[in-house]
Design a protein around this ligand. Structure first.
Ligand code: ZN
Length: 674
């Protein structure tokens, strides 16, 4: 029987069923290959925007497309050499396009597009081709002259030889990001964020010499630079800027930003855009900080965007930013929810179950909004995040606050594309739990993202003198754990009913169950047999779930049970589970605040990395019966301009019909910059 719930003060998040009923004519499914499904996302309310806003979003989408080649180059030094060859084979192959070789080649092509290069976007492993070298040799021999991108002095034979090593030799530059602390993570990582022959020790010494530990407002060292070794054997930075590395791509980005500038919605927005252009022009990281502050403090604009070198997950040292762009506009109705949360940020901070010394005495300007994504690019495309919280610099977050956004139309697309896929029936322990998840998971998932982005990352503070990079290769995992734990801790809190964002005090159980199931079992679907957990968010989820499983044993909080030979997660005590989550939050906050590398590393290694091979095998087998791809990403809508006889733009419309290959080939044709 349905419980009678209090009416919410705010527009409630609709249940998934209600949204599905509204969106039944939108087809989310675009393409399927290897372990990937490509979806499309809808941009609701685009037509209701003003002409100025629509044109601005169009210019910003162009600025986003202009940076595409940067991420390809950052992801591997041969990617831009390889792409035109693969695409020429894909479009021009005159042999049997139904042959096994061509089909395997097509899959590889689609994987490379999805990875923005030859490495898997999530596992960081090099893709394994299933077509033969002979097929490739013949196809390359038939290519029109001029297809190969030769370096100076390079012969076509040499070029083809290196491309074949990239494609076919599994030992040649096998992994984009190596995180194993026992290795030289800089030298061993195949990503192109450091020059050839540069070692981890050298890079660390290079930046240690630059850092002033007493500087209260340090720049984000290395964020926009490739560290290379000169002829003299010394390291120096090649800075990403107009007259530096990636200058031709950055010139185009600046051009489009200049076009968008007169359409800025207010002075605050104009100021951050001008500062961003200045930063792109000079590469000066002080200007990036100034831009970040202006951006974080602009909370009035509807149209908004990120365009730059932002997240450092692809750098094993967590310093260099991968290029990305998010173009979006505010979803006003849904933002009332995140505003209710962020306006109570101090309350959440004050009640956080951590050492009071590590709470922020004054939470500064956590602004939160729900947005509608209208263009994704760079490291945010085709695979994308569902929430973002920026800027990343700790001192800016402490002194000026941060902006937290939830990408609701993306979350919605994920959820609606999954309706009826059989997941619950296979993995959830019983019908009541499954029904509870059907009713509440979408809503609590959304709130989890809000709490994670808006409060979790923004919470806590470092002890004086602690280096924000002290946790090294575990920094990202522990930071994600901190934010997740903060969100999980507060989901059951009566405060959420009080501020009117969640109706049922038991709703959180849907999220708890899914979180533990995912961390202990189902996320293993994303990992090949025999491998470890690598990616920061995945390590974080496993760390939390395994830690809670172990520490909850004396009270039988949660267990893995067997039924008919299948393993299920059974949660016996949700209340104690919340306490354990609070305990772990306190410990991870302590580790971060004190820069306790040893303790952090032990947690990550003990709980976050290793996999039980038997359970892994079982999860993969059970998934294989469901036909649910482990990874998903998106194509963007195509922007169409309507112009009058004088060439003035009179309207902008979005077209959702472009196929995945057509979109990728169009981007290569129209937006190659490097
Ligand atoms: Zn996060």
């Amino acid at each position: 029987m349905k419980k009678l719930l209090p009416a919410l003060a705010l527009a409630p998040i609709l249940s998934l069923q209600a949204i599905a009923a509204e969106n039944k004519n939108f087809n989310y499914h675009v393409d399927n290959f290897a372990d990937i499904e490509v979806l499309r996302y809808e941009v609701p309310q685009f037509d209701a925007l003003s002409l100025n806003q629509k044109v601005m979003l169009y210019y910003l989408s162009e600025a986003a497309q202009a940076g595409r080649d940067i991420i390809w180059d950052q992801n591997g030094r041969y990617n831009l050499k390889l792409r035109p060859v693969l695409e020429a084979i894909y479009t021009g192959y005159a042999g049997d396009r139904d042959s096994a070789d061509f089909k395997a080649f097509e899959t590889y092509m689609k994987q490379v597009w999805f990875g923005n290069g030859v490495y898997h976007h999530y596992s960081n492993d090099k893709f394994t081709p299933a077509f033969s070298e002979e097929f490739f040799d013949n196809a390359v021999a038939a290519l029109p002259a001029g297809t190969l991108r030769l370096d100076e002095g390079e012969t076509p034979e040499e070029c083809i030889a290196v491309l074949k090593k990239v494609i076919f030799d599994p030992t040649f530059m096998p992994k984009k990001v190596v995180q194993d602390g026992s290795k030289d993570v800089v030298a061993e990582s195949a990503g192109n964020l450091y020059g050839e022959g540069v070692t981890q020790k050298e890079v660390e010494a290079f930046y240690d010499a630059m850092k002033d530990p007493s500087d209260p407002t340090p720049v984000s060292y290395g964020l926009n630079a490739k560290v290379v070794k000169g002829a003299d054997g010394k390291l120096h930075e090649e800075v990403y800027c107009l007259n530096g590395l990636y200058g031709t791509a950055i010139a185009r980005i600046i051009d489009w930003l200049q076009k968008a500038l007169p359409l800025a919605e207010n002075d605050a927005q104009r100021a951050y855009m001008e500062k961003l252009i200045e930063y792109y022009t000079t590469g000066d990281l002080r200007l990036f900080d100034e831009y970040s502050i202006l951006w974080a403090e602009d909370t009035k604009s509807d149209v908004d965007f990120v365009n730059g070198f932002i997240e450092s997950y692809n750098d094993p040292l967590g310093m260099t930013g991968s290029w990305e762009s998010y173009v979006n506009f505010k979803n006003r109705e849904a933002s009332a929810r995140t505003e209710a949360i962020s306006s109570n940020a101090q309350w959440f901070e004050d009640h956080s179950p951590i050492n009071p010394a590590y709470r922020k005495p004054e939470v500064k300007g956590v602004s939160a909004k729900v947005i509608t994504a209208s263009y994704l690019a760079g490291d945010a495309f085709p695979s994308t995040a569902i929430g973002i919280n920026l800027p990343n610099a700790n001192w800016i977050r402490a002194a000026h606050g941060s902006k937290s956004v939830t990408l609701e139309n993306i979350t919605e697309a994920y959820a609606l594309a999954s309706v009826g896929n059989g997941f619950n029936e296979e993995f959830v322990i019983d019908k009541p739990t499954s029904d509870w998840m059907d009713e509440w998971l979408y809503i609590t998932d959304m709130l989890h993202t809000d709490l994670h982005e808006c409060l979790g990352h923004a919470s806590g503070r470092l002890a004086p003198g602690v280096d924000q990079d002290a946790l090294k290769e575990n920094g990202a995992t522990l930071e994600e754990a901190r934010a997740d734990l903060f969100a999980l801790y507060y989901l059951p809190d009566a405060k959420l009913q009080e501020i009117g964002v969640l109706a049922d005090p038991d709703a959180y159980k849907a999220e708890y169950y899914k979180y533990m199931l995912n961390g202990l079992m189902t996320q293993l679907n994303r990992i090949e047999p025999g491998k470890d957990v690598e990616e920061a968010h995945m390590r974080n989820r496993q760390l939390i779930a395994k830690w809670v499983l172990e520490k909850g044993q004396p009270d039988n909080v949660m267990q893995l049970v067997k039924r008919d030979g299948k393993t299920y997660v059974q949660i016996n005590d949700y209340v104690k589970m919340r306490q354990l989550i609070g305990d772990l939050l306190a410990e991870i906050q302590r580790i971060k605040s004190e820069g306790d590398y040893e303790a952090g590393n032990e947690l990550v290694q003990k709980y976050g990395v290793k996999i039980d091979p038997e359970l892994h095998k079982e999860v993969l087998e059970r998934y294989s019966t469901l036909n649910i791809p482990p990874y998903r990403g998106f194509v963007n809508p195509v922007y169409n301009l309507e112009k009058d006889a004088d060439g003035n733009i009179i309207n902008v419309t979005l077209d959702y019909t472009e196929s995945y290959p057509a979109q990728m080939l169009r981007l290569s044709r129209d937006h190659s910059t490097l």
